[in-house]
Design a protein around this ligand. Structure first.
Ligand code: PLP
Length: 405
């Protein structure tokens, strides 16, 4: 299938190119000492991840440890509200640890093991990536250093406890605002000093090449399974596929299965409290081209051109940019990016819980809300929503802030 001169039959061979570009987006904008480390990871990834041994080991882990394949569920009661539109969810909430992040963390940690590394290093904001990586490190017997801002450590006590129980070192970062940005800087600095023994594990399809490609490839299991399962369940492809977009890993995972199909694809960004800069994290919708954290993409900038402060009710979505492949698919028009605000998200959180017995993560609730909005606009057809994670982590917060609806 061709789309604006991009041939999706051969898409994964050509995107990213050798230097990690999706069109003009992506690349690797980092200090020379880190460039060497990234090249080592890139070479290892190409050599190791295509080997039969690596592939079959990862396949076995996905089945026996992660609990894959995760099912697709038909939302019968919710669909009943929309006439002839059928809604389905891909159940990444049932993946071990309760979200899709383990899909790429197991891949990255297995790669670390094959490369002979002893340690994995990462930063975490809300703690979800830290928990997934700590889980992978425990499984493979790797040391795990997680850098986290002091403010986030206080806010995310349950995830800090989980990481510590899993044996990770949670390293407190006390520079600047003591949140995610400072944690990224501290983790990168540590990695510069330790790259001989350690590998940096990025938590989404962001950062310098090869991470946007590598994380997408590890997440593509979601799209591969979903396409096959949906065809088996219904005999057809879905008319629309929907996923929430923070950095964009769960979205790239499911989208990758349908890019070459006549399927409408929607990425949902958090509109937070509204359209004013600082009140949302809808970087593809309101941002402009720019470089941060080592890659070129579309980002939200402040008046000095620096990454802008962002906000979303979903802490997993409040990032001022998105992966370069999303920027590319955005400009191409292959994926439509749109927004959902906090309030509609919380409504969807309760609706899915009440009607289907599935408590979604607040991140995933953005996709559910958008799926419901689409269903209202369509008079028939089917919508497949990626349910990136479960909402156990969010229940106390939702009740405290919004009450029972
Ligand atoms: C982290 C997270 C997200 C956002 O990350 P992406 O890379 O955009 O997928 C979405 N949903 C859940 C449940 C998360 O934990």
């Amino acid at each position: 299938m061709k789309y604006n001169n991009v041939d999706f039959d051969t898409y994964f061979k050509n995107y990213p190119d050798e230097s990690g570009f999706f069109g003009k987006y992506g690349g690797s904008y980092i200090p020379p000492e880190l460039q060497k480390a990234m090249e080592e990871i890139t070479d290892a990834y190409y050599a190791i991840s295509k080997s039969g041994k690596f592939i079959s080991e990862l396949r076995r882990i996905r089945k026996e440890f992660q609990g894959r394949p995760t099912p697709i569920s038909y939302l019968e009661r919710l669909s009943g509200q929309f006439g002839n539109v059928q809604l389905y969810v891909k159940r990444e909430d049932l993946n071990h640890t309760g979200a899709h992040k383990l899909n790429h963390c197991m891949g990255e940690a297995l790669l670390a093991k094959y490369m002979g590394k002893k340690k994995v290093i990462a930063e975490t904001g809300a703690g979800q990536h830290g928990v997934a990586l700590a889980t992978a490190a425990a499984y493979f017997g790797l040391e795990c250093d997680i850098y986290m801002g002091a403010v986030d450590i206080k806010k995310q006590a349950p995830n800090v406890a989980r990481m510590k129980i899993l044996g990770a070192n949670v390293i407190e970062v006390t520079d600047g605002l003591q949140t995610l940005k400072e944690a990224v800087d501290a983790a990168f600095t540590a990695y510069c000093n330790e790259y001989k023994d350690a590998i940096y594990c990025i938590g989404s399809v962001v950062g310098p090449h090869p991470f946007p490609m590598m994380v997408r490839d590890f997440q593509s299991i979601v799209g591969i399974e979903a396409r096959e399962q949906f065809l088996e369940m219904t005999g057809e492809l879905p008319d629309a596929v929907v996923a929430c977009v923070g950095g964009g890993s769960n979205a790239m995972g499911i989208f990758s299965g349908f890019l070459n199909d006549p399927v409408d694809i929607y990425g949902v960004e958090p509109l937070g409290r509204g359209e004013k800069l600082g009140d949302h994290a809808a970087s593809l919708t309101y941002g402009t081209e720019g470089i941060m954290h080592g890659f070129n993409s579309i980002m939200l900038k402040d008046e000095n051109g620096e990454p802008a402060p962002v906000y979303s009710v979903a802490s997993g979505l409040d990032y001022p940019s998105s992966g370069p492949e999303h920027a590319f698919l955005h400009d191409l028009g292959r994926v439509k990016y749109d927004t959902v605000n906090d309030d509609d998200t919380i409504d969807a959180f309760y609706t899915l819980s009440r009607l289907e017995g599935i408590i979604p993560a607040i991140e995933s609730s953005h996709a559910v809300a958008y799926g419901m909005k689409l269903a209202k606009e369509m008079d028939k057809g089917s919508i497949l929503i990626n349910l990136s994670g479960r909402g156990d982590k969010d229940m106390d917060y939702v009740i405290e802030k919004y009450g029972i609806r």
